[in-house]
Design a protein around this ligand. Sequence first.
Ligand SMILES: C[C@H](C(=O)O)C(=O)SCCNC(=O)CCNC(=O)[C@H](O)C(C)(C)COP(=O)(O)OP(=O)(O)OC[C@H]1O[C@@H](n2cnc3c(N)ncnc32)[C@H](O)[C@@H]1OP(=O)(O)O
Length: 566
Amino acid sequence: MDADAIAEGRRRWQARFDAARKREADFTTLSGDPVEPVYGPRPGDRYDGFERIGWPGEYPYTRGLHATGYRGRTWTIRQFAGFGNAEQTNERYKKILANGGGGLSVAFDMPTLMGRDSDDPRSLGEVGHCGVAIDSAADMEVLFKDIPLGDVTTSMTISGPAVPVFCMYLVAAERQGIDPAVLNGTLQTDIFKEYIAQKEWLFQPEPHLRLIGDLMEYCATGIPAYKPLSVSGYHIREAGSTAAQELAYTLADGFGYVELGLSRGLDVDVFAPGLSFFFDAHVDFFEEIAKFRAARRIWARWMRDVYCAKSEKAQWLRFHTQTAGVSLTAQQPYNNVVRTAVEALAAVLGGTNSLHTNALDETLALPSEQAAEIALRTQQVLMEETGVANVADPLGGSWYVEQLTDRIEADAEKIFEQIRERGLRAHPDGQHPIGPITSGILRGIEDGWFTGEIAEAAFQYQRSVEKGDKRVVGVNVHHGSVTGDLEILRVSHEVEREQVRELGARKGARDEAAVAAALDAMLAAARDGSNMIGPMLDAARAEATLGEICGVLREEWGVYTEPAGF
Ligand SMILES: C[C@H](C(=O)O)C(=O)SCCNC(=O)CCNC(=O)[C@H](O)C(C)(C)COP(=O)(O)OP(=O)(O)OC[C@H]1O[C@@H](n2cnc3c(N)ncnc32)[C@H](O)[C@@H]1OP(=O)(O)O
């Protein structure tokens, strides 16, 4: 790009920056020297390929979505939390908010994630263990007691039974006297990554996609600020993928949901802002930063050029980041604080919109209160002390980072092509029911391609650790005397007994005829193809349980068993 075009871009950026709101803060170095909000080529310099880098706040958004970067608003500190029953978790949430957490993020227990009630025989021993137990809207009400849902953005990490859990959340908001239309938050919902990596599905992909389509339609028309999908690479990476696979599979999944929305006749500029993303921040500092920058650029280009999105928000890739659970070690666990800080820094330099930092003991158990606080403080040290929020995309223009960004983008494009080809092979006539990328994803799930590719990458990495090529402190190098004398959070089995007692009492007190009628109406909608959110909401209002709602649908749609593959 020639110097005049670069200067013209800088003028556009300056106009946007001047017009935007900025935080009241000291934007100088520790020594008191002023720093600019963004840096670019020196006036008069040309820069080949600068159109791929550009300025923060404009297409292709490599350098961030906002002209002000974090000077406008810092990232959201959003610590993922949940354990025991709704009351215990509610206490933890209030502490997070009191300590400066910017939003909430709900972790559910395994029965809830699988759409089972706490009194289901399969739930035995799992209730409240890896997250909070939620059986009905009454639990959701307790979960957010004294937390005004209209004021706090809340993320809920659940995908198989995402839609009924969302309905319970709406009912909790109604019971707080809040109009659901004003809610802002995120529901994970992303079912593709369940088949690809995490393995928490309820049905075959098709009925899940139908429910997700209903949800997208409902939110696009009724709850405009809500993000009904958080398309996740985190679980793909944690399963052992490479950075490029994480990026490509996740963005391809995102394209799949765009195709789903389009196939339902929705306007891309209306529903696409409801798609958000979720990535892993692993320990290779520069590769991760490049991955985040490439993610924004690829998404903007595909949304504009392939799916014809015109509005900025429909081209924006907004993402949450979690530091890498798999990088934590049980050996010398205090070192995990350092790993997490480095990973969090990569996320911030990559322009994350929201961030969770893992606690040092998470490789052993759910975080203790003290470990959770250190994790939160890690973000606050980065945000308040280090100066990283002063300048947008401070690594933009680094030869290394720019080349890594280009390389990871090119790797991702090759993977998209492989996925598209699988879709075309599945439908040589070009008649994909939803779209070519979606068909490729479904084919890749069916024939175990994704899981095979991830398993191969995980195997290669593990082999290199065992050979000592890749070094992990405390594991294959620098064994030392730091011991794990950690206090571990243990969830009492009394939680399960109490939750089951409470559920029984609630079932005894509700209007059974109203529950039965609501479940029948929901089943009728499942059969006639109409949007299922309304009747599911009625079932949640009547205190139908999660297990009952999912049970009716399992009966109707059947369950999914993964094809065996070697
Ligand atoms: C591993 C584990 C498991 O499975 O067990 C998990 O999955 S845990 C998974 C946990 N998942 C999560 O916690 C997902 C979290 N995701 C989210 O919170 C969202 O989807 C998100 C990534 C879009 C972040 O949303 P957010 O509200 O925190 O942040 P946003 O970036 O949207 O910012 C909030 C508002 O401020 C505006 N804003 C932000 N920065 C600026 C700026 N510099 N200038 C002007 N405006 C700005 C945004 O446009 C937006 O307004 P406007 O809205 O008007 O544009």
